[in-house]
Design a protein around this ligand. Sequence first.
Ligand code: ZN
Ligand code: ZN
Length: 247
Amino acid sequence: MKIIVLGSGTCVPSIERSSPGYLVETDERLFLVDCGSGSLRQVVKAGRDFREIDAVLITHPHPDHISDLISLLHALMAAPGYRREKDLLIAGTERVRQFYENCVFRLLRRPDTFSVTFISAEEKFYIPPVHVFTHPVYHSPGSIAYRIERGGKSVVFTGDTDYGAGLIGFSEGADLIVADSSYLQRDKIKGHMTPGECGRLAGKAGAKRLLLSHIYPVGDGDEFLREAKDAFIGDVEIASDLMELEL
Ligand SMILES: [Zn+2]
Ligand SMILES: [Zn+2]
């Protein structure tokens, strides 16, 4: 399983960091986890084919995590010489379904060569051979984390969230946690974790690796890493756009 960071940033525009988006690539499947503005272009920059995407997994309907869903649907319907026949799966909570029904399909007609199937992301679902689990998190109503498992490997995407005990059990033994580490402890705001809290989560969950992501353009670097490493002895990295991690 490969994780490709499309965007390690946030809603705030940044030259270095695109809005949140990740690809999860297995031998059989290509998943897009969140798709903020610019994610679709980042897929192309990462050398992947957006037409191969099987499923889009949305953590929550904030624009920096969902806005390129419109662009993806549009591109799948209008790419020259391309006729999509396989279903597109979209997973999320009820608010994501509302966005998709009320916004995406108000702008675009429904595709006529393929179906868009909504998966209500409550607890778990299976897109063979990949198991996906979800867990509610402390951010905005309808925010969830995802845990994706295939062939004995697992990755957790916390989505935007504050630190919460429930996430520890959910992330237990994960090979990788991709975590919202928006601000340093001194700038901490409610609804997002600090690198230290991400470290604590990874440590208590017994995870192998931690990737600090969702980083606002107010600073990262050594201090970010130090806060996380003080709480977690495993492997910690700061995400950068287009980086790839093999699990
Ligand atoms: Zn966000
Ligand atoms: Zn958010």
